[in-house]
Ligand binder design. Structure first.
Ligand code: C5P
Length: 224
């Protein structure tokens, strides 16, 4: 029989890219497919959790038994996260949140002009949703992701500390067979053991579905 390791938990997961509007017809975004976050939502639901999946614009079906909230921008995503936080016991930030948004969003379509071959966009930093969740007074167990192209272990551990989270899942995205848009992934996970020491585990290349199941098992072991 399947063990329901997350029975009684309310898991909130962010997934996919965010889309930052420039004007009514244009936006800034990235190539995140949302596959890893959706796989985690499915694995968490199978483990018996109540699951809220806060998704940026992606082309994926909602996993069975999962409550999905669709959002566009990082600010929308933060609002949806805030609304789901009161009874959340586990938060997994898997979304590729845009670091910046346009400082001013045009009410009308931005026009090109004959007199200039360049145009400047001023961007402003988006909130770090993951770090913001972790600093809430009654913060859930928070898990983040880190896509790195070099010094993966070093940068991931720095991110674990800087963001005040409990666990981080690091991916080496310099390997194009893995990560963004791929069906497979590999990861090195770092977390604080009961002793307070940072501990790690490597998950070699496997399907995102399998990695999600393995991560949910590790999280359920470590969150108490
Ligand atoms: O700092 P970096 O973007 O590499 O951190 C990645 C982690 O932080 C992911 O878990 C991502 O979902 C989360 N994040 C966030 N809000 C942001 C930027 C990143 O929740 N604005």
């Amino acid at each position: 029989a399947e063990s329901k390791t997350l029975q009684g938990e309310h898991v909130v997961i962010t997934a996919g890219p965010t889309r930052e509007p420039l004007d009514p017809v244009r936006y800034l975004s990235n190539h995140s497919s949302g596959k890893m976050g959706f796989a985690l939502a499915e694995a968490a639901a199978k483990a018996g959790a109540q699951v809220t999946l806060i998704a940026g614009p992606v082309h994926l079906a909602t996993p069975a038994g999962v409550h999905r909230v669709d959002v566009e921008s990082a600010l929308d995503m933060q609002q949806a996260v805030a609304a789901s936080l009161p009874d959340c016991t586990l938060f997994i930030g898997c979304a590729a949140v845009a670091d910046f948004r346009a400082e001013q969003v045009g009410a009308e379509k931005i026009k090109k002009t004959a007199d200039s071959d360049t145009m400047a966009l001023t961007l402003t930093k988006n909130p770090d949703i993951l770090a913001w969740v972790a600093e809430q007074p009654k913060a859930p167990f928070t898990v983040g992701f880190a896509a790195e192209t070099q010094k993966v272990a070093e940068y991931a551990q720095a991110k674990l500390k800087r963001k005040g989270i409990r666990m981080i899942v690091a991916n080496d995205v310099s390997n194009s067979a893995l990560g963004f848009n791929s069906d497979d992934n590999a990861a090195e996970v770092f977390w604080y053991a009961a002793t307070g020491e940072v501990t790690s585990r490597c998950f070699q290349q496997r399907s995102k579905t399998q990695l999600a199941t393995d991560l949910i098992e590790l999280i359920s072991e470590q969150k108490h």
